[in-house]
Design a protein around this ligand. Structure first.
Ligand code: BGC
Length: 774
């Protein structure tokens, strides 16, 4: 197969007319790029995903809302992220890559990794986590998997598209530190670890500029700082001003607009030579991507049954056991009641552009029946209850309670109906349908031992949580969800998923409660970096279930946390014999009776003596590893950390900065179940820039290494000269004076003329300014 080198592509671009180049900058239709017949440049197809192929049947006439081909529906990202398993995500990517090759799809439009700022966001089921480290790590694994098959991805939606409400016109207003640490960090990690072939810019504006027109975002941050080489394409219909988009580095407009915007770019290019360079760069990136696929074409087919089995395994690894008072594993020899419409018709995926035309959906009902389990089934509730259905609902509830009472045990399938969460709109509350809540409570109140299996794409409030025996979070588990849930319920598979997001107790507790989808034109990210567990931990709030939480049928013990050194040093860009790294190791032992998997989580806490004037979260996830252990087996798990694990984004430096001081390494089984801690010292010579002027405070001068000595000596002198009598000393102690000085600007010293002589003051300023020159 002919391969196209970079110089082949450059020659091709040289032979293109300006018109041809401009035409390449938008799609032919909803799903294809444009061909240039004169030069033999072919078109390629892209297709939605990310948890299966949504390849449209009638692409060329399409509006993008036609039926798509039948495909395997894997669990949605809300579920697969709960696996905390890089290998699993890599395998999902490889599997999808094979499907894309078989279907001649160049690029799958995903993964989607916007941070779950609020559990209300309608698309959270497609997104990965509230934590950028977790989302970035798993996205990179997925991307590397897809791209290892010669197929591209489109990492989306870049960036700060964290609500559906007015997503095309609303500005996400956010300070830079928060963007860097929370909303851009997952993209940064994924870009650096996997170079996705394309990135999809989002619909929204960021601080007043459309994402697709932001030179800061696309050129400076994405390309210059992170070294991104691939294509930036628009989200579907996200283009506002195409010429501004091209100038900002937006390569491809999708879908095509019948050449309307291409002509605008052509017209602008005829007047503005600067645009030519941008157009050529975009053409290069687009053709590089097109030929990267075509040069690696592998025609073939794939085995649907095999992929269905992979979908089942993915879900088995992802299911989170939230509660178990002993009802699970379920004994299926004795009769139990299987209740709920979702047991027969599971909700296994979300609505919108990620919706897969699934080949074969298996329900728990079918799975239990096939396995020969002994159960009685009752519908229990109407999934979508409308006015006038009250009577019917009462009857269903009564029948379910009667059946369950006879068995003494019930497994209830519950959760959110399709209409509750979807692309295009956000939820208004965190409640489950009232009829389901009533049913679960009624069963428990009737003395039935209840296990609830949840099908939902994001957290819900569970008012019956204390009454039931067990809760299994299956999320939206893909087409094999019924088999996977049965295997976990019966103990054939030991659950090992952990929550990638916090389940709050009430909507009012959530970090963005006061500023979510409540303004037509903008959304203020005023909670800053305090998103998800960072918020609940800082405020010491109780939650329904914490980030990183998930039970197993076995137990794990953590022991012997050891660091290879108690100190690491900031060596700038040059690494000095590993002095800028530290390795933490811990032993994890399976202390129970069955084989199981544990997700070992490492958090860094910068709250000791490093917090100074900068606000930092209680703890932040900086490492995780999933290990599999037989009963009695132990394994040593190691994590290597560098400066970035201790740093925050310092806008004064325009870079990541970790102040010198002591940090704490915390290792545990969830963000609220820390099993071992160890202190570590971080040393840096880098100090923050300090502009000395009349308004610089004495506190800042003391905090700065450069000026600390001078100011301390000065204060000592002032205090010595204090001629206060005993009564005044009692009223205003030296400590009080020191505290007051902390916030006093230099000009304040002069005004306190009583204590500070003019000469002394002038001398101080001279000394301080001299340090600036050094
Ligand atoms: C969605 C994208 C999707 C695209 C194509 C947009 O509305 O935001 O996630 O890939 O449509 O269907």
């Amino acid at each position: 197969m002919a391969t196209h080198s970079d110089s082949d592509i450059r020659s091709l671009i040289k032979s293109m007319t300006l018109e041809e180049k401009c035409s390449l900058l938008s799609g032919e239709d909803f799903w294809h790029t444009k061909a240039v017949a004169r030069l033999g440049i072919p078109a390629v197809m892209v297709s939605d995903g990310p948890h299966g192929l949504r390849k449209q049947d009638t692409a060329h006439e399409g509006t993008g809302i036609n039926d798509s081909i039948k495909a395997v529906c894997f669990p949605a990202a809300c579920a697969t992220t709960s696996s905390f398993d890089r290998d699993l995500l890599q395998r999902l990517g490889e599997t999808l890559g094979d499907e894309c090759q078989a279907e001649d799809v160049s690029t799958i439009l995903g993964p989607a990794i916007n941070i779950k700022r609020s559990p209300l966001c309608g698309r959270n089921f497609e997104y990965m986590s509230e934590d950028p480290y977790l989302a970035g790590e798993l996205a990179a694994a997925y991307i590397n998997g897809v791209q290892s098959k010669g197929v591209g991805v489109s990492l989306k939606h870049f960036a700060l598209n964290n609500q559906e409400y007015r997503r095309l016109t609303c500005s996400s207003n956010c300070d830079e530190r928060t963007m860097r640490e929370i909303y851009l960090a997952a993209f940064e990690r994924a870009v650096k670890k996997s170079q996705p072939r394309t990135i999809m810019h989002s619909y929204n504006l960021i601080n007043g500029t459309y994402a697709g027109e932001s030179r800061w975002l696309l050129r400076r941050v994405l390309r210059k700082e992170w070294g991104y080489k691939g294509v930036v394409m628009s989200d579907w219909g996200a283009v506002n001003n195409r010429v501004a988009g091209v100038m900002a580095g937006g390569d491809l407009e999708m879908p095509g607009t019948d050449g309307v915007n291409d002509r605008k770019v052509l017209k602008a290019a005829r007047k503005n030579k600067k645009l030519h360079k941008r157009i050529d760069e975009s053409c290069f990136r687009i053709l590089r991507w097109v030929y990267d696929f075509l040069d690696n074409r592998q025609e073939g087919s794939f085995d649907f049954e095999k992929h269905h089995a992979i979908a089942r395994q993915m879900e088995e690894e992802s299911i989170v056991l939230l509660k178990n008072d002993g009802m699970l594993p379920l004994n299926t020899q004795e009769q139990f009641a299987l209740i709920g419409e979702f047991a027969k018709k599971p909700r296994f995926q979300g609505g919108g552009s990620s919706h897969i035309n699934a080949i074969e959906v298996t329900s728990a009902f079918d799975a239990f029946q096939k396995a020969g389990a002994s159960f009685v089934y009752e519908q229990g509730y109407l999934t979508e209850e409308t006015d006038g259905d009250e009577q019917k609902s009462e009857e269903l509830l009564a029948a379910a309670v009667a059946a369950a009472k006879k068995c003494g045990r019930a497994v209830v399938f519950a959760g959110l109906p399709d209409s509750f969460e979807s692309e295009g709109y956000d939820r208004k509350h965190l409640d489950m349908p009232e009829n389901q809540n009533k049913l679960i409570a009624a069963l428990a109140d009737a003395g039935v031992q209840v296990t609830v299996v949840m099908h939902n794409g994001s957290p819900v409030v569970m008012p019956w949580r204390d009454k039931v025996s067990a809760i299994v979070e299956a999320y939206l588990g893909g087409e094999a969800v019924g088999e996977a849930v049965m295997n976990v319920l019966t103990g054939t598979v030991n659950p090992s998923g952990k929550l990638p997001e916090t389940f709050p107790l009430r909507l009012e507790d959530t970090p963005s409660y006061l500023n979510f989808a409540n303004d037509k034109n903008s959304c203020e990210y005023s909670e800053g970096i305090y998103v998800g567990y960072r918020w609940y931990d800082a405020r010491k709030m109780d939650v329904e279930y914490p980030f990183g939480f998930g039970l197993s049928y076995t137990t794990f013990e953590y022991s012997d946390l050891e660091l290879n050194s108690d100190c690491l040093t900031d060596c700038g860009k040059k690494s000095k014999k590993g002095k800028d790294r530290i390795t933490a190791s811990i032993t994890v032992t399976n202390t129970g009776k069955v084989e199981g998997k544990e997700v070992v989580q490492l958090y860094v806490s910068a709250r000791a003596d490093t917090a100074h004037d900068i606000s930092r979260p209680e703890r932040e996830l900086k490492g995780f590893q999933k290990v599999s252990l037989k009963p009695g087996e132990s394994v040593r798990v190691s994590f290597t950390l560098g400066k970035r694990s201790f740093a925050y984004y310092e806008t004064a430096l325009g870079d990541w900065y970790a102040p010198s001081g002591t940090y704490e390494i915390q290792i545990g089984s969830s963000s609220r179940d820390i099993r071992a801690c160890a202190p570590v010292t971080f040393k840096t010579k880098l100090s923050l820039p300090l502009d000395i002027g009349p308004n610089t405070t004495l506190g800042d001068l003391i905090a700065n290494k450069r000026t600390r000595k001078i100011i301390k000596a000065f204060l000592k002198k002032v205090l010595q000269k204090r001629e206060a009598g005993a009564a005044e000393k009692e009223a205003i102690s030296d400590e009080m004076i020191e505290q007051t000085f902390d916030a006093t600007p230099l000009r304040g010293l002069y005004m306190m003329g009583a204590h500070v002589k003019k000469k002394l003051y002038r001398r101080l300023i001279e000394d301080l300014l001299e340090t600036e020159e050094k």
